[in-house]
Design a protein around this ligand. Structure first.
Ligand SMILES: Nc1nc2c(ncn2[C@@H]2O[C@H](COP(=O)(O)OP(=O)(O)OP(=O)(O)O)[C@@H](O)[C@H]2O)c(=O)[nH]1
Ligand SMILES: [Mg+2]
Length: 217
């Protein structure tokens, strides 16, 4: 249920994130979306699940994507690029943040849905789930939308460091069981901790494999 990677795949993952990544642009509404270019991958999930932190861990650059203890930190689609790599990484606003003003939540939700459903170059969505909470109803509605839109996605468990070693397999099994109902979901998930550096190599390898798959004619 959690994937195995070869040494070559892990190495390819390292290479992808060896050089610096930089902020390209923030997109506040779908009208400002740049024309479709290279392959894109997007990090989606509830507010505060750890999307921006995970991107920083991937690129080994704390502070590239802005993080915060307060939910609702990321308010635009933020695009990150690295010279010579035909891939763009998108950090998304979180969903399911009940305390934000309604008009803001509506705007973020509309932006997230419009992007996820309509972007032709979007190769995969990494859907982040807090390992302590598992898939919540608000996540399930996003999974359903991705299934209907036939957008390929993979679950990434976050903050696994907050669970004891003994508790980890249980949440992985429960999440895998829930995923069997979702046709567009990648059956394997990746358990991570941005704080402790757990699973980051695996996520890099998964992204490298995806990119290799997309680049072969
Ligand atoms: N213990 C632990 N804390 C984490 C981890 N990843 C993120 N956090 C903390 O969780 C909080 C939210 O992290 P962010 O990366 O800003 O979350 P986000 O999903 O980008 O949030 P929004 O942009 O508001 O949707 C911060 O206080 C992080 O330090 C992790 O792996 N382990
Ligand atoms: Mg964020």
């Amino acid at each position: 249920m959690t994937p195995e990677f070869s040494e070559d795949e892990i190495r390819a993952g390292h290479q992808l994130f060896e050089r610096p990544w930089t902020f390209r642009m923030g997109v506040p509404s779908i009208d400002f979306l740049p024309p479709a270019g290279p392959v894109e991958i997007a990090f989606a999930g509830r507010s505060n699940v750890g999307k921006s932190s995970l991107i920083n861990a991937l690129v080994r650059q704390n502070g590239l994507a802005r993080t915060s203890n307060t939910p609702g930190r990321t308010q635009e689609l933020n695009f990150f690029v690295s010279e010579g790599i035909p891939l763009e990484i998108i950090d998304m606003p979180g969903y399911g943040f009940a305390k934000a003003p309604k008009e803001k939540v509506d705007a973020w939700t509309e932006l997230v849905f419009a992007y996820l459903q309509g972007r032709t170059t979007l190769a995969r969505v990494y859907l982040l789930i807090d390992a302590r909470h598992g898939i919540k109803p608000v996540d399930a509605s996003i999974l359903e939308m991705l299934d209907i839109a036939a957008v390929s996605y993979q679950i990434v468990l976050t903050k696994i460091d907050k669970l004891s070693h003994a508790a980890r397999p249980k949440i992985i099994e429960a999440t895998a069981a829930a995923l069997t109902k979702h046709p567009a979901a990648f059956p394997q998930m990746i358990a991570t901790s941005s704080e402790k550096g757990i699973g980051i190599d695996h996520l890099r390898a998964a992204i490298a494999a995806l990119l290799a798959e997309r680049s072969t004619p």
